[in-house]
Design a protein around this ligand. Structure first.
Ligand SMILES: [Zn+2]
Length: 489
């Protein structure tokens, strides 16, 4: 080994004693993940009913204790799943916001791991020192319709003082009854967050919430910070640079802040975005690996030696990402041409049963966007934006549209097609051309905020790219990660 590497390892062990010991465990968790992944939960629109057979199975395993600890407004059971015999209580709850399911899935992966007969050395250590308590999907009514708020229309995370929601009351009652030493408050955040001044999405963001306006740091809060530093170190191996830190302004109504105040070291974990991971299944895996590693370090007490000065070094969260960023396009307006960047978000619209969704994109900013970033970026130098036209022929139905050579239509400048008979419930089409009614005019083509982006990018008199419903298509190859165009009626 060369001297530099030795020095680095020594430095690492001085900075994080114990960190070195756990690397092997973390790596094993990562490489064996698929054996414990709960395969019945594989997309974000999971429902309370999907969890019940899994909870029942755990209740039949003598290692676990499962207790009903409350009910949602609409009468869905809230269950607490506990395992371990130690004196230190670690409480983990997920999805108090109904459309934030990533950690709920990870909790069932964790339970599969904990209930298995593998990794017994580490698990004996965990069960000897800790008692783990999981409360998955605290807001099942919100999850049912994939919305943030509960059935009362309130944000449970602003109900820690008023305690009007039965879900919030359950969370407080469980926390109080356990007098938990550690609390993991598990959420999802927007995929548009990035690590400050980088193009890296904040795949995971952390916060050790403040318990007062002064943002004082006592032992309770500093223990949370130390565990966060530990988890951040782990994630650097699997998503380098993709960890953010939330602003720690005190929010007197939030659960995290109050739980910290009530004496439980509160750790907020937010699952954000990762390129090409729409259903956040890689992020779920990162939750699993980092939370299990954190549980192990809490059991061993290794986190105690981590300096909290490292916490402040985690980059702050920023919100500067687009799904698609087009740079330096030429845009003509009133016979003059201008250079501008265009930033696009692809928004999800749920199907009627909230099991599926389609995309309806928006221009969210235009102009000099040099301080912003894209999951997908195109250098548009030399390309001129051309509004799309309506294809002159009317098609009888969608089946007829699917027989057309759509790529050729796009090359000819058409981004809309008229169709006579369109089923009422259809809002999206998996072809890169938008459908409008037979008597309908094309939507406005002016480039402005809030508009659904549909245009061609022309160079030397040829349409080389098309942007359809916010998806970029290369018209030479037909390539692009296209998902759907819109049916506008
Ligand atoms: Zn949330």
């Amino acid at each position: 080994m060369n001297k530099k590497i030795v020095a680095l390892i020594v430095l690492l062990l001085i900075t994080f004693p114990g960190f070195g010991q756990d690397v092997h465990f973390t790596e094993s968790l990562f490489s064996t993940y698929d054996s414990y992944r709960e395969s019945s939960l594989d997309n974000r629109r999971i429902k309370h009913r999907d969890l019940q057979p899994l909870i029942k199975k755990l209740s039949e395993n003598p290692q676990f204790q499962v207790n009903k600890v409350g009910e949602s407004i609409e009468g869905r059971d809230l269950s607490l799943i506990s395992i371990g015999n130690g004196d230190t209580d670690v409480f983990l709850w997920s999805q108090m916001h109904g459309d934030e399911p990533t950690a709920t899935q990870a909790i069932f992966d964790l339970c599969n791991f904990l209930g298995s007969s593998d990794f017994m050395t580490e698990k004996e250590e965990i069960f000897k020192k800790l008692k783990l308590h999981f409360l998955p999907m605290l807001n099942p009514d919100g999850a049912q319709i994939f919305q943030r708020r509960n059935a009362l229309g309130i944000d449970i995370n602003r109900d820690a003082l008023m305690l009007q929601s039965p879900e919030g009351r359950t969370l407080k009652r469980v926390r109080d009854s356990l007098q938990a030493d550690f609390g993991f408050n598990l959420h999802d955040q927007s995929t548009y967050y990035n690590a400050e001044r980088t193009d890296k999405p904040a795949t995971i963001s952390y916060l050790a919430p403040a318990f007062n306006y002064e943002k004082d740091i006592n032992t309770v809060r500093s223990n949370a910070m130390k565990v966060i530093v530990f988890m951040n170190q782990i994630l650097q191996d699997y998503a380098p640079g993709q960890v953010g830190r939330y602003n720690d302004d005190f929010e007197p109504r939030a659960f995290g802040d109050n739980i910290q105040k009530w004496g439980t070291s509160a750790i907020l974990i937010e699952s954000g975005g990762y390129k090409d991971d729409t259903e956040k299944q890689y992020i779920r895996k990162l939750n699993y690996v980092s939370i299990l590693s954190a549980i192990y370090t809490i059991a061993k007490g290794n986190y105690k030696d981590i300096p909290i000065s490292e916490y402040e070094k985690i980059p702050e969260n920023d919100r500067k990402l687009f799904d698609l960023k087009l740079e330096g396009l030429t845009y003509n307006l009133l016979d003059k041409s201008y250079i501008l960047d265009v930033g696009i978000h692809r928004l999800e619209v749920d199907g009627p049963s909230h099991n599926t969704f389609y995309y309806n994109s928006r221009i969210v900013d235009q102009g000099d966007l040099s301080t912003f970033y894209g999951y997908e970026t195109m250098d548009g130098e030399g390309y001129t934006i051309r509004p799309g036209m309506v294809y002159p022929e009317i098609m009888p139905d969608l089946a007829a549209v699917s027989k057309l050579k759509v790529l050729d239509l796009l090359k000819s400048g058409y981004t809309y097609i008229r169709v006579e008979n369109i089923a009422k419930e259809k809002h999206a089409i998996n072809l890169p051309i938008n459908v409008i009614g037979s008597n309908q005019k094309a939507p406005k083509s002016k480039l402005q905020i809030g508009v659904n982006p549909n245009f061609l990018l022309e160079k030397n008199g040829k349409n080389e790219f098309a942007v359809i419903n916010g998806f970029l298509l290369d018209l030479k190859s037909g390539e692009g990660n296209f998902k759907n165009a819109l049916i506008l009626k």
